[in-house]
Design a binder for this molecule. Structure first.
Ligand SMILES: NC(=O)C1=CN([C@@H]2O[C@H](COP(=O)(O)OP(=O)(O)OC[C@H]3O[C@@H](n4cnc5c(N)ncnc54)[C@H](O)[C@@H]3O)[C@@H](O)[C@H]2O)[C@@H](O)CC1
Ligand SMILES: Nc1ncnc2c1ncn2[C@@H]1O[C@H](COP(=O)(O)OP(=O)(O)O)[C@@H](O)[C@H]1O
Ligand SMILES: [K+]
Length: 492
């Protein structure tokens, strides 16, 4: 059955190349020969007709593997539906794998035309060059072909993956990768469609399971769905939704902590205290007078920390390092962002304190962007981006915390659990302060939902934060302060 995957309405299991191949083999062994590929080709032909109904001339770019086989079946169906179809076969017919060879024979027998030239009047290109078989950067000749497809301006429907996109990581890293308008993922959804460069290359993502049931426990990762945000019960009161303490905002960076505090309040924390490091605070926030401004020293007290969800580090500067030992030792639930992460990366003693929290039953979430994650991992931002799932998972294990690795396709990893990829959000969030809002928002949600684990809180926060950016005028950037208001809309 065909599903539209985005905008996100439910969770989906994701399978990397190895897990997909295992499922494919299991299914193949129970089905008559060529069945899966026939199902794949038919599903793709139907989607082509639905998404490009007016395209008269269709060019199928087919590679020399089974992805090309899918394309050959699409060509046969579209020709039968009255389209003017030609197939550019970029592979030796004599060396096609068995399923693709069968697809070639049936397409040829049905009179499908073969021509490597892209027709001038093509109204649709079906990209069937490479699927999960492309583990290396594509060879030069195919790279040129991909560049031509990307430059020609004709709508592209990619089969299984945009050709050249690494299925497991979505990291294009300068590779030639097809930029599709639509991608139909077959048999399984692959993580690479949803993180790193995946979103920009996949376009609208569709999924057909080819009528093969999935075992979610075998999944490589989970694509998050909307969180279950409970309605408040009548007997609940501000004490039920907990205290959030926001510690950050060194001199000149007070806004970062204020954004976090406002977001924590918007997320539903019972009370939010803002302890700025940049000076003694006793006033109030004119925009959110419900926030309580206190000198940080008043908040960073063992008894207070032990009863609160603490959001620490937004605009913290170097001075945050002085406050971290107490925060790490006592905070009941802890969200660490920005300069708190940089301080921990630079100080093994702080790192040990953080890593020791789990054994004391104190949950923590760290919310690094790729460079902050790299500092904690002792690697580079490019290395983190090359395999975001792996980087987040490694960091979670090494610190015994939940990691929320920011960026397109935010990854949430917790030791011993399947990693989660967040499908919401877009580059409207690429503006200063949206990370501070996320940290505060996460703290506020986690405080208000006493029964949520760190993973649940992080996944819910990322999903809603991204959804907020999907609401409203998509041409306009979203300023962090406007994001706080948009988050309340996303909750509805
Ligand atoms: N066998 C089946 O029944 C099914 C197969 N499916 C399709 O089969 C695909 C996997 O097929 P394959 O395993 O044959 O792999 P692919 O077709 O994805 O890739 C293999 C082909 O790409 C070429 N190639 C590999 N690396 C390259 C590189 N770096 N530069 C240039 N060319 C390169 C190989 O020479 C070979 O021709 C899936 O992605 C999916 O589209 C689906 O239809 C599901 C069912
Ligand atoms: N292109 C994008 N797609 C999805 N989310 C994005 C994109 N750009 C930024 N974001 C999100 O915006 C936030 C930015 O956080 P961060 O990098 O810490 O910024 P800052 O420090 O300015 O607050 C993160 O939640 C990140 O995932
Ligand atoms: K493809």
């Amino acid at each position: 059955m065909l599903h539209r995957v985005l905008p996100s309405e439910r969770a989906w299991p994701l399978y990397d190349t190895a897990a997909t191949r295992a499922r494919e083999q299991a299914a193949q062994s129970e089905l008559p020969p060529h069945t899966l590929m026939e199902r794949a080709g038919l599903a793709a032909a139907r989607l082509a007709l639905a998404t490009a109904p007016h395209a008269r001339v269709v060019w199928v770019a087919a590679g020399g593997g089974n992805n090309g086989g899918d394309g050959l079946i699409v060509a046969r169906h579209l020709a039968a539906a009255g389209k003017q179809v030609s197939v550019g076969l970029f592979g030796d017919p004599a060396r096609l794998p068995a399923d693709a060879r069968h697809a070639y024979d049936t397409a040829a027998a049905a009179g499908v035309r073969f021509d490597q030239a892209l027709p001038d009047d093509a109204g649709l290109i079906v990209d069937a060059l490479l699927g999960i078989g492309a583990q290396q950067p594509v060879r030069a000749e195919m790279a040129r072909l991909i560049e031509r497809i990307n430059a020609c301006g004709v709508p592209v429907l990619a089969l299984d993956l945009p050709s050249g996109l690494p299925a497991d990581t979505g990291a294009a890293r300068g590779r030639a990768v097809v930029r599709a308008d639509h991608t139909l993922s077959l048999l399984s959804l692959k993580p690479g469609l949803f993180t790193a460069d995946g979103r920009d290359h996949a376009g609208q993502v569709w999924f057909d399971d080819l009528s093969v049931d999935a075992a979610a426990q075998d999944a490589t990762a989970i694509l998050a769905g909307p969180p279950r945000v409970a309605l408040r019960r009548h007997v609940q009161h501000k004490g039920s939704f907990g205290d959030v303490l926001v510690i950050g905002g060194a001199a000149g960076m007070g806004g970062a902590a204020a954004l976090a505090a406002r977001a924590a309040s918007a997320a539903g924390a019972g009370r939010v205290f803002l302890g700025r490091l940049g000076g003694a605070d006793r006033g109030f926030d004119e925009l959110r007078p419900e926030l309580m401004l206190r000198p940080a020293a008043e908040l960073v007290q063992p008894m207070r920390l032990a009863r609160a969800t603490v959001v620490c580090g937004c605009g913290g500067g170097q001075v945050i390092a002085e406050w971290l030992p107490a925060v790490l030792a006592h905070a009941m639930k802890l969200v660490l962002d920005a300069d708190a992460l940089n301080a921990i990366a630079a100080a093994p003693a702080l790192r040990a304190l953080l890593a020791g929290r789990a054994a004391r039953g104190l949950p923590s979430v760290v919310t690094p962007h790729p460079l902050e994650a790299a500092r904690l991992l002792g690697s580079s931002a490019a290395d983190v981006q090359a395999d975001r799932l792996r980087a987040a998972t490694r960091l979670a294990q090494s610190l015994s915390v939940s990691v929320l690795l920011k960026g397109s396709g935010t990854v949430i990893a917790t030791p011993g659990q399947q990693p989660i990829i967040n499908p919401t959000g877009n580059a409207r969030l690429g503006s200063a302060g949206s990370g501070d809002v996320l940290a505060g928002w996460l703290g506020g949600l986690w405080s208000a939902h006493a029964d949520w684990s760190a993973t649940e809180a992080a996944a819910a926060a990322a999903w809603l934060h991204g959804r907020a950016a999907e609401l409203g005028d998509q041409r306009l950037p979203l300023a962090a302060s406007a994001l706080v208001d948009a988050l309340a809309d996303a909750l509805r």
